[in-house]
Design a protein around this ligand. Structure first.
Ligand SMILES: *Cc1c(COP(=O)(O)O)cnc(C)c1O
Length: 297
């Protein structure tokens, strides 16, 4: 499963808050593809390959109304010739009030089915094969070993060996695990959790690691109120950062990662001379959940 994509730039940046003795660059996975953006393609790659090897033609997966994973799966399935079924959390909206994410997924041919929040919580225990026979199930967010394996390829997209630290936003921990598995032993990998109090994530990540992996840590204090919470200070930060660097960030993941990076710089977390690689995991389509004038880009 290969995807034709743009070369991935490694973009150095500076900012008013970046100490002069620290270098920083972003790996712009957001520029991979307009919808199969960022890390989601890497999480899907070996899942789709496994589905093909199993002789399946239909992919079933899960997500909310603004899910990056849903739209990426819809687009990747269309490109790879699979039929896609999306199990969507919450009641079906009137057709004219579909989120832009779901509209796009439907345009890519994804069949959408809505289930209550309660049923959504039980989705891992549900027998989906009796309702949708002959489908290959990809867990929510592409969270499995195949997903982590795909993410091991992220650091090969550009010359990344020279960095001392690698930062990445963390939801399910799949991307972080892939990066930890493929980073060098002298690189420190730092996950920024966007969930509040998700300390069990440490075990989840550990369960996806290979025997030889880079040192890592997961920081839990930078969720800014919890998943999908977007306080004014975050919005202001994202707008300022765009003004300084012309790099757009998303409100759920990469905005919080970059905000955490700023806080860590202000706390002198990084030794002088550190070279920091920040992974832009994409997700910009989710910014359309905001009113149009909130962000400046
Ligand atoms: C899904 C997503 C993440 C989280 O990735 P995990 O592998 O679930 O930790 C990070 N950034 C963006 C933009 C995402 O869409």
């Amino acid at each position: 499963m290969e995807m034709l994509h743009q070369p991935i730039p490694l973009q150095p940046f500076t900012s008013s808050w970046l100490p002069a003795n620290i270098q920083a660059a972003m790996l712009r996975l957001d520029l991979l593809h307009p919808e199969i953006s960022g890390n989601k393609w890497f999480k899907l790659k070996y899942n789709l390959e496994a589905a093909r090897e199993a002789g399946q033609h239909t992919i079933l997966t899960f997500g909310g109304a603004w899910s990056n994973h849903i739209v990426a799966t819809a687009a990747a399935c269309q490109q790879a010739g699979f039929h896609a079924i999306g199990i969507i959390r919450g009641e079906a909206p009137p057709p004219d009030q579909l989120s832009s994410t779901l509209r796009l997924a439907a345009d890519y041919g994804m069949e959408l089915h809505y289930i209550s929040r309660e049923d959504y919580r039980r989705k891992e225990q549900t027998d989906w094969h009796s309702r949708f026979p002959n489908c290959y199930i990809i867990p929510e967010g592409g969270h499995n070993g195949a997903g982590a394996r795909g993410c091991q390829e992220i650091l090969t997209l550009a010359p990344t060996l020279d960095f001392t630290h690698i930062l990445c936003a963390t939801g399910t921990g799949t991307t972080l695990a892939g990066i930890i598995n493929s980073a060098q032993a002298d690189q420190q990998v730092i996950g920024i959790s966007v969930l509040k109090g998700a300390t069990s994530l440490n075990e989840t990540v550990a369960s996806l690691l290979q025997p030889h992996h880079a040192p890592w840590t997961l920081l839990h204090d930078f969720h800014l109120g919890g998943y999908a919470r977007t306080p004014p200070l975050l919005i202001q930060f994202i707008n300022n950062f765009y003004q300084e660097t012309q790099i757009p960030l998303d409100i759920i993941y990469t905005g919080k990662m970059m905000h955490a990076f700023r806080e860590l710089c202000l706390q002198s977390y990084f030794p002088a001379g550190s070279r920091i690689l920040l992974i832009h995991t994409g997700g910009l389509q989710g910014n359309l959940s905001l009113d149009p004038c909130v962000l400046s880009f």
